[in-house]
Design a protein around this ligand. Structure first.
Ligand SMILES: Cc1ncc(COP(=O)(O)O)c(C=O)c1O
Length: 410
């Protein structure tokens, strides 16, 4: 069976984790700090904090921005549930909008969805293709007049809603580490960007995530780093490493914080992954996607994913193939047939209105026709470092045979 997305674990990974284990320091420590510095340099930002997942990192952002009951957060209907779940966790309402043909949030739909209750927009870089962040920033800037900040909000001595004076743009870059907008790596465009280093992601730490900050003055990114660091450790004024210094046991608790720090074991994996990311991971992912492109291009039965346009370049996280004219039932039958031929595939994503929880909230699939049209015939094909050209060809053969079986002769 060709798996869908196994992580790349080799001697270098095992050695790095073993060294971290033997170092005697396994929670947040020197490796996490080194990983943060190297990730920040890669993303071209001054501050980056590494945490234990996209989910916890971005939920903290919503809490930092004072988002809660009575507030609305705009999210695309086409995304993984985490994007909307964090909004539910803080007691706010996710407001779903439709997407464009490249699977990313429609800025015009965002414009229509903004109300006086809107506090945040979360565009998602589906499959690694960056969302149209600058168009969404334009939309929220034009809607400043509607924005009504909470007056009594205080976070570390200031009110972030008053300081920004508009809807926050929090990029869901769970898929797009290494993608580019106007030649610059994703991370320096939205107000805050959240990455995921979950096991299936382009760059993994087993579980993990990170935040980058790109907020206008007078926000101070170094202070934001310190604040999020404290928030990620129960609001303690000292982290474990600082408390571990001889005699330095006493600490204060400045807020009822969370517990979502990254460990040095995770960072040890991440440092290996990052070191070879541009040299090995990205070229291989691109080559695999190009091989799929060459195999499916010119065949009218298939709609190929977009990896590049004038301004954006994908991280090549997913190969989101679509079977032209396939219904949801036919797509499901194709996936079963491909599986019988020894290939694991996947679907990214079931739009939120199809999931019981969001259905029960009153979200309607019929409100997001593009999301459904994309979803019903989408099949994500395997893309990972260790996938050989021969396996790519086997995936192509299995998909073509399955499509012929289910949809009839080409
Ligand atoms: C689009 C999207 N957003 C957020 C997440 C959540 O990331 P994490 O598992 O690091 O919390 C995922 C995870 O797969 C995702 O695909």
């Amino acid at each position: 069976m060709i798996p869908f997305s196994p992580p790349r674990i080799d001697d270098a990974t095992v050695k790095a984790v073993t060294e971290a284990l033997r170092s005697g320091w396994i929670t947040t420590g020197p490796r996490t700090k080194e990983f943060e510095k190297k990730l920040a340099a890669y993303c071209g930002v001054d501050q980056l904090i590494a945490l234990n997942s996209w989910t916890n990192a971005c939920e903290m952002v919503l809490r930092w921005y004072g988002i809660g009951p009575g507030d609305e957060v705009i999210v695309p209907a086409y995304t993984y549930c985490a994007t909307a779940n964090i909004v539910v966790h803080v007691g706010a309402k996710p407001v779903l909008v439709d997407v464009l043909d490249d699977f990313t949030m429609d800025p015009e739909a965002v414009r229509r969805a903004i109300t006086q209750r809107t506090k945040c927009v979360i565009p998602v870089d589906v499959g690694g293709m960056p969302a149209r962040i600058d168009e969404i920033l334009k939309v929220v800037n034009n809607a400043c007049g509607l924005f009504s900040p909470k007056l009594n909000l205080r976070m570390a001595g200031s009110n972030p809603q008053m300081l920004l004076g508009r809807v926050l743009v929090l990029a869901d870059a769970a898929h797009s580490f290494g993608a580019r907008i106007d030649g610059k790596p994703v991370g320096s465009q939205a107000d805050v960007t959240g990455f995921s280093f979950h096991a299936v992601k382009n760059l993994t730490t087993a579980e993990g995530g990170a935040l980058t900050f790109n907020l206008p003055a007078p926000f101070d990114h170094a202070k934001l780093y310190a604040l999020f660091n404290t928030m990620s450790l129960h609001g303690q004024s000292k982290d474990a490493l600082a408390k571990n210094q001889p005699g330095a046991w006493r600490y204060d608790v400045e807020m009822a914080g969370f517990k979502c720090n990254m460990t040095d074991l995770q960072a040890a994996i991440g440092l290996v992954e990052l070191e070879r990311y541009e040299r090995e991971t990205m070229p291989r992912r691109k080559a695999i996607c190009a091989r799929y492109d060459a195999a499916f291009a010119g065949d009218k039965r298939f709609i190929l994913p977009l990896f590049k346009d004038e301004r954006r370049e994908s991280s090549h996280h997913l190969y989101m193939l679509r079977v032209a004219g396939a219904t949801e039932a036919q797509r499901d039958a194709i996936i079963s047939s491909v599986a019988r031929r020894g290939v694991s595939t996947n679907v990214h994503f079931q739009p939120l209105p199809l999931l019981s929880f969001y259905k029960a909230q009153g979200c309607l699939m019929s409100d997001h026709p593009r999301a459904y049209a994309l979803y019903q015939n989408e099949i994500s094909l395997p893309v990972y470092y260790d996938l050989t050209d021969g396996q790519v060809d086997a995936v192509v053969a299995a998909v073509k045979a399955a499509v012929k079986e289910v949809m009839g002769a080409s």
